[in-house]
Ligand binder design. Structure first.
Ligand SMILES: Cc1ncc(COP(=O)(O)O)c(C=O)c1O
Length: 470
C-alpha cells in the first residue's frame, strides 16, 4: 500500500509568470495536493470549460472527463437548464436557512429524495457535502441511542481503505491511515474491518465470491463482539467501495450485514456519496442491491455538481424520538439545503427522469465493462471490477501471482508517469494508490460505446507505455 494520499501528477508544460497556472501555484491551496511539484517546474492543470463528457484546459486541449469531475457530473457538463434553474432561484430567494424555517425547494427536494430512498427512509437532513453527511449520521446515531436508553453505544465500524470524508468524525470512520495520521488524535471509536476486494480475498475464498462475502460480513459481527455490542452504534459502508478501486458487494454480503446489524441493535449507514444518483443505475445503489439501511448519506451527483449539496436520509424510527417534547438534534450547517442548490437538484433529477439516465446506465454498464475488460490482455492489468458506470482497474507487477508494486514503484508508476500520461493522452481519470494501485473511472452517465472505446484506447496506449518504464 502506498504511503501517501495525494495523487498529484507531475505536469510539466510551458507557462508564463502571469498564466493562470502560475497564479494557481502562487495562491491557490489545492486539496490533497503535493505543491512541491509545481515549484519544481510542474504546471498546474487549469480546466476552463466543460461540455457533455469533455473538458478543456487553458491551453485549449480537450480531454474526456473519465471521473465526472470527482464522481459528480452525472448528466454531463454544460447543461444550460441547470444554470438557468440556479439563476431563477437566486433571483427569487437566494438564501434562507432550514434552521426552524423551511423554503419550497428544500421541502420539494426532501419529499423527492424520500420517495426515491428505500424502505422508510423518509427524513432528509441537508448538508453541504458528503463528509458533513457522514458526520451528521454518526452524530445522529449517538444521540438516537442516548435518547432511547442505550447511552453507551457510540462506536462506528467501517472498512479498510474506505474514504468517508475529512471532518474529524468522518476521518475516524475513514480507513486510510495516511489520511488520518497527520490529524490524530481523531474522534475515538472508529473500528476497522476488511473490505470486499475479492481480487485480494484470503486464499481460501479466492474462488467463491459468496463465501468471501459471508466471511467479510462476519468480520463485522466479530468486531461488534470484540468491542462489546453495547458500545457500537453503527456500521458505515459504501455499497460499492470507491477507495482501493471499486469493490462491489459480493452476493449476500449486504443482506448479511443487515442481519448482523439487526442482531446487535447496530445502525446500518450506507454512504452513497458516490454511488447514489445513477452511478450504479438507480437513484440509490441500495435500491439496486435490495437491502434497506437505517441511514443513507449522499451528495455529489444530487446536483450533478452545478451547485454543492449533501444529505443524510434517516428512517422514521430514527426520527421518531425527535418528534417529542423538547428533544432536538442540535446540529446544522448554514449552507445545508441551500435554495439554489436544492433548485439545481430538482432540475437535475428532472433530467434524470426525462432522459432515463438510470435506465441508460443499466443498459450500457455491460458494454462499458466488456470494453474495459479488453485491457486484461495487457501484462499490467490484474483486475477490472465495478458496477454501473464505476470501474477500477487494478495494476500489478505479475498477473499470475497478483504481486503488487513496492511503494517506490507505485510512486514512479502513478505519480511519475501514469497520471500525467493519461492526461496528456486525453483522459482525465484517477490513478490511485490508497490501496493497491488502480486506475479509476466514473464518467458522466450519458456516455455510450463511442466514448467507452475512446477511454479504452487511451488506457491501452498509456498502460502499454507504463509497462515499459517499470
Ligand atoms: C464515500 C464518500 N464519503 C464521503 C465523502 C466526502 O464528501 P465531501 O468531499 O463532499 O465532503 C466522499 C468524497 O469523495 C466519498 O467518496
Amino acid at each position: 500500500m502506498g504511503n501517501t494520499m495525494t495523487t498529484t501528477p507531475q505536469f510539466v508544460t510551458e507557462s508564463g509568470p502571469d498564466s493562470l497556472a502560475a497564479r494557481a501555484r502562487d495562491h491557490l491551496w489545492m486539496h490533497f495536493t503535493r505543491h512541491s511539484v509545481y515549484y519544481d517546474g510542474g504546471h498546474v492543470p487549469v480546466i476552463v470549460k466543460g461540455d457533455g463528457c469533455y473538458i478543456w484546459d487553458d491551453q485549449g486541449r480537450r480531454y474526456i472527463d473519465g471521473l465526472a469531475g470527482l464522481f459528480v457530473v452525472q448528466v454531463g457538463h454544460g447543461r444550460k437548464e441547470l444554470a438557468a434553474a440556479a439563476a431563477a432561484q437566486a433571483e427569487e430567494l437566494a438564501f434562507f436557512p432550514v434552521w426552524s424555517y423551511a423554503h419550497p425547494r428544500a421541502i420539494e427536494l426532501a419529499e423527492r429524495l424520500a420517495a426515491y430512498a428505500p424502505g422508510d427512509l423518509n427524513r432528509v437532513f441537508f448538508t453541504s457535502g458528503g463528509g458533513e453527511a457522514v458526520e451528521t449520521a454518526w452524530k445522529l446515531a449517538k444521540q438516537y441511542f442516548k435518547m432511547t436508553g442505550k447511552p453507551t453505544k457510540h462506536k462506528v465500524i467501517s472498512r479498510s481503505i474506505a474514504y468517508h470524508g475529512t471532518p474529524q468524525g468522518a476521518l475516524s470512520i475513514t480507513g486510510i491511515p495516511p489520511a488520518k495520521i497527520p490529524f490524530e488524535p481523531l474522534v475515538p471509536g472508529g473500528v476497522k474491518v476488511p473490505n470486499t476486494n475479492f481480487y485480494r480475498a484470503p486464499e481460501e475464498y479466492r474462488y467463491d465470491e459468496k463465501a468471501f462475502g459471508l466471511w467479510a460480513a462476519n468480520r463485522i459481527a466479530e468486531a461488534i463482539e470484540f468491542e462489546g455490542p453495547d458500545s457500537v452504534a453503527a456500521v458505515f459502508l459504501e455499497p460499492v467501495q470507491n477507495s482501493g478501486g471499486c469493490f462491489p458487494p459480493p452476493p449476500g454480503y449486504l443482506e448479511r450485514v443487515r442481519e448482523i446489524c439487526d442482531q446487535y441493535g447496530v445502525l446500518f449507514v450506507a454512504d452513497e456519496t458516490i454511488t447514489a444518483f445513477g452511478r450504479i443505475g438507480d437513484m440509490f445503489a441500495m435500491n439496486r442491491f435490495g437491502v434497506v439501511p437505517d441511514m443513507i448519506t449522499c451528495a455529489k451527483g444530487m446536483t450533478s455538481g452545478y451547485s454543492p449539496l449533501g444529505a443524510m436520509i434517516a428512517s422514521d424510527r430514527l426520527f421518531e424520538p425527535f418528534t417529542k417534547g423538547s428533544n432536538a438534534f442540535l446540529h446544522g450547517y448554514t449552507w445545508g439545503g441551500h435554495p439554489v442548490s436544492a433548485a439545481v437538484a430538482m432540475a437535475n433529477l428532472d433530467i434524470f427522469e426525462r432522459e432515463g439516465i438510470n435506465q441508460h446506465v443499466l443498459e450500457n454498464e455491460g458494454a462499458f465493462r466488456s470494453t474495459l475488460e479488453k485491457l486484461r490482455d495487457l501484462p499490467i492489468v490484474g483486475d477490472v471490477r465495478g458496477a454501473g458506470y464505476f470501474f477500477g482497474i487494478e495494476l500489478v507487477k505479475d498477473k499470475v501471482t497478483r504481486e503488487t508494486f513496492t511503494d517506490d514503484e507505485a510512486e514512479r508508476l502513478l505519480r511519475g508517469f501514469l497520471s500525467k500520461a493519461l492526461f496528456d493522452n486525453g483522459l482525465y481519470c484517477r490513478a490511485d494508490d490508497r490501496g493497491d494501485p488502480v486506475v479509476q473511472l466514473a464518467p458522466a452517465l450519458i456516455i455510450g460505446q463511442k466514448e467507452f472505446d475512446e477511454i479504452e484506447q487511451v488506457l491501452r496506449q498509456t498502460l502499454t507505455e507504463a509497462w515499459t518504464i517499470l
